[in-house]
Design a protein around this ligand. Structure first.
Ligand code: SF4
Length: 160
């Protein structure tokens, strides 16, 4: 999978210690719709980092060899713009009987990506965070993730 970054132990994006995978693209919908500069997006610095191609088997082995982590978070930039890669990675884990939570942070709302959400239901234990980042909005604690999200329109749901 082509990524911007992999953090083997991340404690900021889910209630379980997680491997964090940063995807490579965004269409900057939050900034365009919100009328603010792309640099305000917390993921904008990630966009300027080089892409790295890390095969799924290497990601899997790195994850399995780390006894501290119990989930995989796929996040910023926008995982839905790399949907085939995301699906392929989850399938790789599931075929090896790893049913740990995959947590997908998307800036889309659920009704904008209903086909993708339905598709992900073929896998067990998928959590999705939905919704745009709204600049200067109130933050909100999300009990599904166990973290505080940047704006109050955002929420997470266990979809399967
Ligand atoms: S979807 Fe994520 S990376 Fe894209 S503009 Fe919104 S917050 Fe930034």
């Amino acid at each position: 999978m082509i990524v911007k970054a992999i953090i083997d132990e991340d404690f900021n994006n889910y209630k379980l210690p997680s491997m964090f995978i940063g995807t490579i693209n965004c269409n900057w919908k939050c900034a365009i719709e919100g009328g603010f500069d792309i640099s305000i997006c917390q993921n904008s610095s990630l966009a300027s980092q080089p892409d790295i191609d890390i095969p799924d088997n290497i990601i899997y082995t790195r994850y399995k060899e780390n006894s501290l982590t119990n989930a995989i978070v796929i996040g910023g930039l926008e995982p839905m713009l790399q949907f085939n890669d995301v699906q392929k990675l989850i399938k790789y884990f599931r075929l090896r009987r790893c049913y740990d939570d995959f947590v997908i942070y998307t800036g889309y709302y659920k009704d904008e990506i209903s086909l993708e959400v339905e598709n992900l239901k073929q896998f067990k234990n998928i959590v999705m965070k939905f919704g745009r980042f709204i600049f200067n909005d109130e933050s909100v604690y999300d009990s599904v993730l166990g973290v505080t999200l940047a704006s109050k329109n955002q929420y997470a749901e266990r979809i399967c």
